[in-house]
Write a protein that binds this ligand. Structure first.
Ligand code: ACO
Length: 325
């Protein structure tokens, strides 16, 4: 009998400080940066985002989301034998945010490591956890996307700072003879490093290079819509399914126009696309599990439904996970 991995619990957490576009526009105006609610809504669909307080790290957000996911799965932290955290904004250079989270949860002993694939991070982390569960290397995994992107934003650059937010989402993935994850599809093309990056790094106690996010938005946009369609079709083909069979597409929440374009290419109605970018902004690796949890807790995404998770982001990286909830 095939051994699958199945989601048995979801959770999420947003830091309490919520900034509507009007709040952000006011804060930026005080710094001499001009933008507007109209521009942000029309170009991106974003209406609000959450920012963590300065003393709150990705592991703190991850902890709250993980506790919710564990509670939903009816498990204790000590039941978990694998923790993978997808993040590009770790608490420290090392150790991994996953190890810090493991300690905060009180669940020592299992494997714990981070995955760094920027906004595709959660889809990468789910694929690794699925492979480890299928192989028998793990039985009960906690897979988390957690980010404090507000830390790496240049608040003098209006072309990027209005787009991102902070948050975390988590799932518990358990071995099961019932599907579960049906197929996965991951890709990267490192020649596009420069179109979306944080080029700075730590050397000899100093930050060398610019430690803030740089993005060529139009180049990212064009690449994103192409690869999201390709990866969706590839993962569906692996499982012998058609786009029309999808109950839910949960794409990375970067821009409503990218999601609309992907849905159109797949001939899917937007009624089958989970959208949280309006309330969360782009939370990078946290965006997909945040949207999944919003759908599950809101009673829209139901047990047994066919769901596709899709990520795309810096690297360039992209991929998809197809599953029965
Ligand atoms: N407020 C007001 N005006 C602005 C702002 C702003 N915040 N930002 C840019 N503008 C201006 C520009 O200066 C430009 O003015 P000009 O025409 O006088 O030169 C005009 O608006 C249009 O700028 P564009 O960059 O052409 O705007 P576009 O329609 O491409 O939208 C955006 C920009 C929203 C960034 C879009 O390109 C996009 O969403 N790209 C994809 C981003 C994405 O998905 N990133 C995440 C990947 S995930 C990850 O790995 C982190």
């Amino acid at each position: 009998m095939r051994r699958y991995s199945r989601i048995t619990g979801t959770g999420s957490y947003l830091p309490p400080r919520r900034l509507s576009n009007a709040d952000l526009v006011r804060e930026l105006a005080a710094k001499g940066v001009e933008t507007s609610d109209e521009w942000i809504v029309e170009r991106t669909g974003i209406r609000a985002r959450h920012f963590a307080e300065p003393d709150v790290g990705s592991s703190d957000l991850a902890l709250k989301a993980s506790q919710q996911a564990l509670q939903a799965a009816g498990l204790a932290p000590t039941d978990i034998d694998l923790i993978i955290v997808a993040t590009s904004t770790p608490d420290m250079v090392f150790p991994s945010t996953a190890c810090i989270l493991q300690h905060k949860l009180g669940s020592a002993g299992g494997a714990a490591f981070d995955v760094q694939a920027v906004c595709s991070g959660f889809v990468y982390a789910m694929t690794v956890a699925d492979a480890m569960i299928q192989s028998g290397a793990a039985n009960r995994a906690l897979v988390v996307g957690a980010e404090v992107f507000s830390r790496i934003l240049d608040f003098k650059d209006r072309t990027t700072c209005v787009l991102f937010g902070d948050g975390a989402g988590a799932v518990v993935l358990e071995a099961s003879d019932k599907p579960g994850i049906l197929a996965t599809d991951l890709h990267a093309d490192g020649k596009h490093v420069d179109i979306l990056c944080v080029p700075g790094h730590v050397t000899g106690g100093q930050v060398l290079g610019d430690p803030l996010l740089k993005m060529d938005g139009q180049a990212v946009f064009k690449l994103a819509v192409g690869v999201l369609e390709e990866s969706a079709r590839a993962v569906l083909a692996k499982a012998g399914k058609e786009p029309a069979q999808l109950d839910w597409l949960i794409p990375h929440q970067a821009n409503i126009r990218i999601m609309q374009s992907t849905a159109k290419r797949l001939k899917l109605s937007m009624d089958h696309v989970m959208v949280t970018v309006d309330q969360h902004g782009n939370t990078s690796a946290a965006s997909v599990p945040l949207a999944l949890d919003a759908g599950v807790r809101g009673g829209r995404i139901l047990p047994g439904q066919l769901v596709m998770l899709e990520g795309v982001g810096g690297g360039f990286t992209w991929g998809a996970v197809l599953l029965n909830l």
